[in-house]
Design a protein around this ligand. Structure first.
Ligand SMILES: *[C@@H]1O[C@H](CO)[C@@H](O)[C@H](O)[C@H]1NC(C)=O
Ligand SMILES: *[C@@H]1O[C@H](CO)[C@@H](O)[C@H](O)[C@H]1NC(C)=O
Ligand SMILES: *[C@@H]1O[C@H](CO)[C@@H](O)[C@H](O)[C@H]1NC(C)=O
Length: 313
């Protein structure tokens, strides 16, 4: 018979396993992040491509997308628990707006602890990389992975959602035949259903269609405006505001507790999800090209110094 110690050891092991393999809630699915990062990497100019390769650990062979979900994998480790609030923003119920000073804080009220603040933070850390003055306090590899991940998250409309329903996490409903919640519908269900049903389970085909859509397809007139950004440190506020607007217009509408969402919701929302993934990728490329580019962008210098000292977190 097993002794009590053995039993409790076993229990602990099972618990540890269950925790480690719990689905990473609260993020674009692995596919969403992978797509955003692949699109971005495909748009890098040589200097940025080189810097990214330098910063990535050797084992991923220069593939940024292989590590774009890393921040989700570590957010429950004690060392990285502080990063948990950086994946999202809670806005006041029904307000349908994002106001940085009102909404960007952690649960305990610590300022800037939200996805828009985090993008500014890691962008500001990476600005020092080009100037060769990388602060030893900061790990530039981690800054790159966090920036790449959070650029994806800020584009997921339900990552900027209402406070009382935790961005749709507490709105339980069905996605076709299985149980889900509104947050997960936007994180993963729409993407996974599209890849499975419309692209023969081929994520590359979905990616090619996304890229087609913004290079020569329906978004090609729009795409240059996606990258418009005077000040890298304040643009994330704009992206978050877009997300809560989309959340109100497309995510919360026609989706209530206990309902079943199927073809109608899927067909009308997929173009929104697809566009947000593409926008996240294009904008991540813009950030990385400016951060690591050879050309000096005047506006970056203007913001770099005050922000550098301000953001001495
Ligand atoms: C910025 O990053 C540093 C570590 O790199 C961290 O200590 C700080 O809390 C971060 N702040 C935000 C808002 O992300
Ligand atoms: C930076 O972070 C990565 C990922 O956590 C880690 O593997 C690496 O050892 C760190 N580098 C330094 C210099 O601490
Ligand atoms: C491409 O654009 C069309 C037209 O807007 C849209 O219906 C479709 O969902 C988009 N697909 C992808 C993968 O971007």
């Amino acid at each position: 018979m097993a002794s009590t110690t053995q039993v409790s050891f076993l229990l602990a092991a099972v618990l540890a396993w269950a925790l480690a393999s719990a689905p990473a809630a609260d993020s674009w699915s692995k596919e969403g992040h992978t797509l955003t990062c692949r699109i971005a990497q495909g748009l890098l100019e040589p200097a940025a491509a080189h810097a990214v390769k330098n910063l990535l650990p050797e084992e991923v062979g220069g593939d940024l997308s292989a590590l774009c979900v890393w921040p989700d994998q570590v957010r429950h480790w004690s060392k990285y628990r502080w990063t948990s609030p950086l994946h999202f923003i809670d806005t006041p119920d029904q307000a349908c707006s994002f106001v940085y000073s009102r909404d960007c804080h952690g649960q305990n009220g610590v300022e800037d602890m939200c996805v828009a603040g985090a993008i500014a933070n890691f962008t500001s850390q990476l600005l020092h990389y080009r100037h060769g003055s990388a602060d030893r306090k900061y790990n530039m590899t981690e800054a790159l992975l966090f920036l790449s991940h959070f650029m994806g998250d800020v584009h997921q409309p339900m990552h900027v959602g209402f406070t009382s329903d935790q961005g749709g996490n507490t709105i339980n409903l069905r996605w076709f035949k299985h149980k889900s919640n509104l947050h997960h519908v936007w994180d993963r269900e729409i993407i996974l259903t599209a890849i499975a049903e419309l692209y023969g389970k081929d994520m590359d085909a979905f990616q090619n269609h996304l890229v087609h859509n913004f290079t020569t397809g329906p978004w090609s007139d729009d795409v240059s405006s996606w990258g418009d950004c005077e000040d890298l440190l304040s643009c994330p506020t704009k992206y978050a505001a877009e997300s809560i607007n989309l959340a109100c217009k497309w995510a919360y509408s026609d989706a209530h507790e206990g309902e079943t969402l199927s073809d109608g919701y899927f067909g009308s929302r997929l173009p929104i999800v697809a566009r947000r993934i593409a926008q996240g990728g294009v904008r991540l490329a813009v950030f990385l090209n400016r951060l690591f580019g050879e050309h000096h962008h005047h506006s970056d210098d203007v913001v770099a110094s005050p922000a550098g000292s301000m953001m001495n977190w």
